[in-house]
Design a protein around this ligand. Structure first.
Ligand SMILES: [Zn+2]
Ligand SMILES: [Zn+2]
Length: 145
């Protein structure tokens, strides 16, 4: 499936080929920190199908619990994460961050990695109160409904 995407500020644009059957959620602690959220959603793509159309990616190399190093790329202007990949030579598989993909509604996760470190409240998500947009923000503090 051909997809395209962009970071929040538009500095980074790209296109790639992905397999919509290879969409996963990662609940690992690193993904929680690096995404600033409860989990990360990823679709895999091969390096040779990923084409950076504009901008230059900033690269951060993280060392995982196993000692494995992985590059994390993001927009240097707005900080939106774009993909991760292995370090070193050889053909690479990138883990594209689904939130920047324009066709993300069609990329439904098929597996959940590192489920043991997932946030316990996720299972109760459908029961948490919903607000269609967001409440009026009070700059003095306080988040009302
Ligand atoms: Zn950006
Ligand atoms: Zn992870």
């Amino acid at each position: 499936m051909k997809i395209d995407g962009r970071c929040h500020c538009g500095h980074i644009t790209y296109e790639a080929e992905v397999d919509p059957e290879k969409v996963v959620i990662c609940h690992c602690a690193d993904c929680q920190t690096l995404s600033g959220s409860a989990f990360r959603t990823v679709v895999f793509t091969r390096e040779d199908t990923f084409k950076l159309l504009s901008g230059e990616l900033k690269v951060y190399v993280k060392t995982g619990e196993s000692g494995n190093k992985r590059t994390q790329t993001f927009c240097p202007e707005c900080g939106a994460p774009i993909y991760s990949g292995p370090v070193g030579p050889g053909p690479k598989v990138y883990g594209l961050r689904v939130g920047t993909v324009r066709q993300r509604d069609r990329l439904v996760p098929k597996d959940q990695y590192w489920f043991r470190s997932s946030q316990a409240w996720l299972g109760g998500l459908p029961a948490i109160h919903r607000t269609e947009k967001q409440p009026v923000f009070d700059p003095k503090g306080g988040v009302g409904r």
